[in-house]
Write a protein that binds this ligand. Structure first.
Ligand code: FAD
Length: 553
């Protein structure tokens, strides 16, 4: 059997290696338009920023090494320009020799990835505007920086890759700004969590133009100017466009394969396209979002690699392995913070009309008494009916991967907040706490689900009519005096019992402390003394102040 694979990086190279491990006799042809196979595209921003110092580090496998190790006929600089499903042939252009030829296949795998969007903005063809997808783009950016020694950079689009570029350009000493169309960076985060990233960016002197767009790029003599929709004119030396990616599906479309509504190749659970001899994986395909059960485009390395392996199994062993879907688990470093998400944000859940509770929670990366315990902020979304975990967002400095991965597994398995309580983890003081963050999130979730605690979110508090509210700051006096929620009364948690007669029963009573725990104690004191309409401000004053602050002014 002869298998042709189009695309030789994450999904394609994984499939090729697995195919060979399963069957020594297969004829495997790997066709890659670029000059490299199976390289570390996720490492490209860090090579640009000089964190990865040697270019060779990006290439864990040479073309020759990969080809001989796996007995794969790997052809780089070979672009597939057409697929003929009827004849089971692909047409290939040898980009070095400028020659075209055809190859036949028994099974074909499309792993062509996704390309960065270049918005049709006047002046977009300027040579100082870059996108980042592959080694060639990386070399161009690196080369431009070496030759021109830019002092300023503008990143358009503040997703994960955009922010990685911000950090790496900043590391090189550039003065970096961001333009973002929405009112927050990192769209998979809910606004209260995105505010922590805003704070981090501000701390690092990154200016972000939110709810703004580029209208035009212009050169005036030596000056390169970026005109924004709201009227600002920014002078910069280089621009990185990082406004998202689109599945690379032209080949599939021209071959008559079904394309989904989101623009990705349609595949079944075996990752077969509408032609049973053609499979597709990675950024180019649509998959099921396991939370919303809707189609989704998930451009991440983990899913692409897993899908590559599944397709190899299905080609050699017959359709046995299924790809069930993804929850978009991802993580990024933004200066000294680590930002991770899994599952759906509250924004998405609201749009999908999935009834859910939200909770914010602050923990520590390890036992509080052990030196250098650093804060971790968690946002959890769970269903109102059974408490099924629907989404988790975690921001901190250390231990974030561990926490998001536990949440991710819970989301994937449709676990509830009760299951979170049972997760058994490894504990010693330098690494975690006797109760892991996910356990505590489960306990808080249970209190909310069972009605033991009512929570109010920071944005709900800002929207409430102050007339109907009685807000109590239960923190120590000096904290209250430093700053507090407008209109809040000060009653420390220890003194609440003495002030029961001062607290109205006909108003919505909202308690808050710094992180949520003391206010929780306060809500229980009031509850046990006959108050029904009592709420804890979720995530406490810490979330409230971070989320309501106006950054980048
Ligand atoms: P790719 O790995 O992109 O491979 C597609 C290949 O197909 C390309 O090399 C392309 O040249 C080739 N190709 C396309 N068309 C043709 C054709 N007609 N003929 C021949 N060859 C063709 N994901 C994460 O999970 N974590 C990260 O930290 C992360 N960081 C990233 C940083 C950057 C800068 C980028 C660009 C991506 C990052 N990603 C990250 C995303 C991740 O790299 C992709 O999700 C993953 O590589 C997708 O795998 P794929 O096989 O679908 O496509």
């Amino acid at each position: 059997m002869k298998v042709i694979i189009i695309g030789g990086v994450a999904g394609g190279a994984t499939a090729a290696a697995r195919l060979r491990r399963l069957d020594e006799r297969l004829d495997i042809v790997l066709l890659e338009r670029g000059g490299y196979l199976s390289y570390a595209n996720c490492g490209l921003p860090y090579y640009i920023g000089g964190v990865i110092t040697e270019r060779e580090e990006l290439f864990r496998q040479s073309v020759e090494g990969f080809s001989s190790k796996y007995k794969v006929d790997s052809r780089v600089y070979s672009e597939v320009i057409a697929i003929n499903p009827d004849k089971k042939q692909v047409k290939i252009k040898d980009l070095q020799k400028e020659e075209e030829y055809t190859e036949s296949y028994d099974k074909l795998l499309i792993s062509t990835g996704a390309f960065p969007i270049r918005l049709p903005i006047p002046g977009i063809e300027n040579e100082r505007i870059f996108t980042l997808r592959d080694v060639c783009d990386t070399d161009q950016i690196k080369d431009f920086i070496c030759k021109n020694k830019p002092k300023k950079a503008l990143v358009v689009g503040a997703g994960f890759i955009g922010l990685e570029m911000v950090e790496n350009l900043h590391k090189l000493g550039l003065n970096v700004s961001i333009v973002q169309r929405e009112d927050q960076v990192m769209l998979p985060l809910d606004p209260g969590m995105a505010a922590i990233v805003h704070q981090t960016l501000e701390e690092n002197q990154i200016l972000v133009y939110l709810e703004n767009e580029v209208k035009e790029f212009k050169t005036e003599g030596e000056r390169f100017l970026v005109h924004l929709k709201k009227g600002e004119i920014l002078e910069t030396d280089l621009v990185i466009m990082s406004v998202g990616v689109r599945p690379e599906v032209n080949l599939a479309k021209d071959a008559g394969l079904k394309i989904g509504e989101l623009g990705g190749i349609e595949v079944n659970k075996y990752l077969q396209t509408s032609d049973q001899d053609i499979y597709a994986v990675g950024d180019a395909v649509e998959v099921t979002n396991l939370v919303t059960k809707k189609q989704a485009l998930i451009a991440l390395a983990g899913p692409a690699n897993k899908q590559g392996r599944i397709v190899a199994d299905n080609i050699v062993l017959g359709n046995q392995s299924q790809y069930k879907g993804s929850i978009g688990t991802s993580i990024a470093q933004v200066f000294d913070r680590v930002v991770a998400v899994a599952g759906s944000s509250s924004k998405v859940l609201n749009a999908e009309k999935i009834a859910h509770y939200q909770l914010y929670f602050h923990g520590q990366c390890h036992a509080e008494y052990y030196p250098n315990a650093l804060p971790v902020t968690v946002k959890l979304n769970f269903s109102k009916d059974k408490g099924t975990i629907l989404g988790a967002q975690v921001i901190g400095t250390r231990g974030i991967t561990d926490t998001i991965n536990l949440f991710a597994e819970a989301i994937r398995k449709e676990d509830t907040i009760y299951d979170l309580q049972e997760i058994e983890h490894a504990y010693a003081p330098p690494f975690s706490s006797a109760k892991h963050i996910v356990n505590i999130a489960g306990y808080i979730g249970e209190n909310i689900l069972t009605g033991r605690v009512k929570v109010i979110q920071w944005h709900e508090l800002t929207q409430e009519n102050p007339e109907g509210l009685y807000i109590i700051d239960v923190r120590p006096l000096f904290r209250y005096e430093e700053s507090h929620v407008k209109g809040a009364h000060h009653i420390p948690v220890e003194n609440l019992r003495e002030h029961l007669l001062d607290i109205p029963k006909d108003k919505k009573v909202v308690l808050y402390c710094d992180v949520g725990y003391n206010a929780y104690l306060g809500t229980q004191i009031l509850r046990n003394n006959g108050f029904d309409n009592v709420y804890n401000l979720s995530g406490g004053y810490r979330v409230y102040t971070t989320a309501t602050k106006d950054y980048f002014k």
